[in-house]
Design a protein around this ligand. Structure first.
Ligand code: ATP
Ligand code: MG
Length: 191
C-alpha cells in the first residue's frame, strides 16, 4: 500500500488540508492518506482546542471519503508528538509518503531526527502561498493546488465573528460552534 501521512495541529482542520491530501494522493497514486493530529505539537507554543476536539474535527472532515482517514496514533502516545515516531509505527503498513506544506519544508531540518524521517518516508510537498522555496532535500513537489487557507485565519475569523463557510467542511463548522471553540484568544495567543 502507498500510504500518505499528513501530520499537523489541525486547530482546526480546513479545506486546505483536505485539498493538500487529495492532491498528493492523485499526484502520487496513494491508496490512502492518514490525517494525524499532533497531541503535543513540538513546534507550536499555543494550541487552542484539545487534542480530542481536534481529532473529532478531523474525523468529521474525512467522514464519507474512503481515501482519507483520521488517526489517533499521536493521541495514544505520551510526550511530544514527533513525526519520526509516528512514521516508525506506520512503516509496516506500506510505502510511506509524508505530506507537508511548503512552510513546513522550510523548517524541516529543525525537526527531531529529520534524517530518519527521510529514510522512513518520501517527502511530498504541497505549495503554500508565499512559502515555496527551493530545497536541497529530496522532495516530491505536488503542484497544482494552492489554497490560501490557514487555521490561524479561521481562528481569527471566529474570534471576530466573521464567516468561515467554505473554508472548513460544514461538519467541522458545526463542532466549532457547538463547542464554542476559538471565540477568545485562549492560551495567550498574540494578535
Ligand atoms: P496554523 O495557521 O495554526 O499554523 P495551518 O493551517 O498551517 O495552521 P497545520 O495544522 O499547521 O495547519 O498544518 C498541517 C500541515 O498541513 C502542514 O504541513 C501545513 O503546511 C499543511 N497545510 C496547511 N494548510 C495548507 C494549505 N492551505 N495548503 C497546503 N498545505 C497546507
Ligand atoms: Mg501551520
Amino acid at each position: 500500500m502507498r500510504l500518505g501521512v499528513l501530520g499537523g495541529t489541525f486547530d482546526p482542520v480546513h479545506n486546505g488540508h483536505l485539498a493538500a491530501a487529495r492532491a498528493a494522493a492523485a499526484a502520487l497514486r496513494l491508496d490512502r492518506v492518514l490525517l494525524v493530529p499532533a497531541a503535543q505539537p513540538p513546534h507550536k507554543a499555543n494550541v487552542h482546542a484539545s487534542a480530542e476536539q481536534r481529532l473529532a474535527m478531523v474525523e468529521a472532515a474525512v467522514a464519507g471519503d474512503p481515501l482519507l482517514a483520521a488517526s489517533r496514533i499521536e493521541l495514544d502516545r505520551p510526550g511530544p508528538s514527533y513525526t519520526v515516531d509516528t512514521l516508525r509505527a506506520l512503516a509496516p503498513q506500506g510505502e510511506l509518503f509524508f505530506i507537508c506544506g511548503a512552510d513546513v519544508l522550510a523548517q524541516f531540518t529543525a525537526w527531531h531526527r529529520w534524517q530518519e524521517i527521510l529514510r522512513l518516508a518520501k517527502l511530498a510537498v504541497v505549495s503554500r502561498p508565499g512559502a515555496d522555496v527551493a530545497s536541497p532535500l529530496p522532495v516530491l513537489w505536488v503542484r497544482g493546488v494552492v489554497l490560501d487557507i490557514s487555521s490561524e485565519d479561521i481562528r481569527r475569523r471566529v474570534r471576530e465573528g466573521r464567516p468561515i463557510r467554505g473554508l472548513v467542511p460544514e461538519a467541522v463548522e458545526a463542532i466549532i460552534r457547538r463547542e464554542g471553540l476559538y471565540r477568545d484568544g485562549l492560551a495567550g495567543a498574540p494578535g
